[in-house]
Ligand binder design. Structure first.
Ligand SMILES: *[C@@H]1O[C@H](CO)[C@@H](O)[C@H](O)[C@H]1NC(C)=O
Ligand SMILES: *[C@@H]1O[C@H](CO)[C@@H](O)[C@H](O)[C@H]1NC(C)=O
Length: 231
């Protein structure tokens, strides 16, 4: 008897667990999982974009995303990237987004020296609007500053990229600045009233006192009349 209760409660627990897991998985799926192509250009002169890899967003809400490189950097790639860095040129990235006729892109650029000196360690930020459309992209190499050190080729073969995802906050947001201003004004008004209101008690409260006095007069006269009638 006890065993069967135990077994049934255990199976209940397991079932709850599976429902819970399914819920989480479903939730993740509908949070906006998607894939974006990432292209880059590091040619000196006119930008020529080639595929760099894909940004896979598992969850827009949870800010879960990662970068998958299409291929590692070839010797020729490394050479042209280093040459661009030497000239203090711009390393560019862009993400194609479908919009109207023809391909359109959101893009970003950073100093090539930052990419080289970080050893291909960069951070890409993708902004989305509420409907899950890409609003913009930005990139930075993870170095505090370009110092002009010579980076060996072996440090420039594989991307170590982290991806950040931001979604515009939903709903009508309160106008915080106006509200704070109002609070400040109210506060000042209060202080002014406390300090400056040196009017006499009567001057301040006559509007409350007068009706009470009138009421009392009326009531006392009514009382007198009532008493008079009774006699
Ligand atoms: C190259 O990579 C190694 C190992 O990650 C690191 O210790 C070294 O500082 C890097 N060299 C440069 C010039 O960044
Ligand atoms: C209240 O005090 C201020 C100075 O603090 C003075 O200028 C003002 O005349 C006073 N008002 C009355 C009604 O006494």
């Amino acid at each position: 008897m006890a065993t069967s209760i135990m077994i049934s409660s255990i199976s209940w627990l397991i079932c709850l667990n599976c429902v819970f897991t399914a819920g989480v998985l479903l939730d993740d799926e509908f949070e906006g999982s998607r894939t974006l192509g990432l292209e880059h250009s590091f040619s000196s002169g006119k930008p020529e974009f080639t595929k760099r890899g894909t940004v896979v967003i598992q969850s827009l809400k949870g800010n879960k995303a990662q970068f998958t490189p299409a291929s590692s950097m070839s010797e020729a790639d490394i050479d042209s990237l280093k040459e661009l860095a030497k000239k203090d040129g711009l390393y560019r990235v862009r993400i194609p987004i479908k919009d109207g006729d023809g391909p359109t892109f959101v893009s970003s650029a950073t100093r090539a020296c930052a990419i080289v000196e970080s050893g291909l360690q960069d951070e890409i930020t993708v902004n989305f609007d509420q409907s899950g459309e890409v609003l913009g992209v930005s990139i930075r190499g993870l170095v505090p500053a370009c110092s002009g050190v010579d980076v060996p080729h072996s440090n420039l073969t594989a991307w170590k990229t982290s991806v950040e995802v931001y979604t515009t906050v939903s709903g009508p947001s309160p106008d915080t600045q106006t509200y704070i201003d109002k609070m400040k004004r109210d506060e000042q008004e209060k202080i002014k009233n406390q300090d400056g209101d040196n009017r006499s008690f009567l001057a301040k409260y006559w509007m409350y006192i007068v009706p009470v006095v009138i009421m009392m007069v009326i009531m006392s006269s009514a009382d007198q009349q009532g008493q008079g009638g009774g006699r």
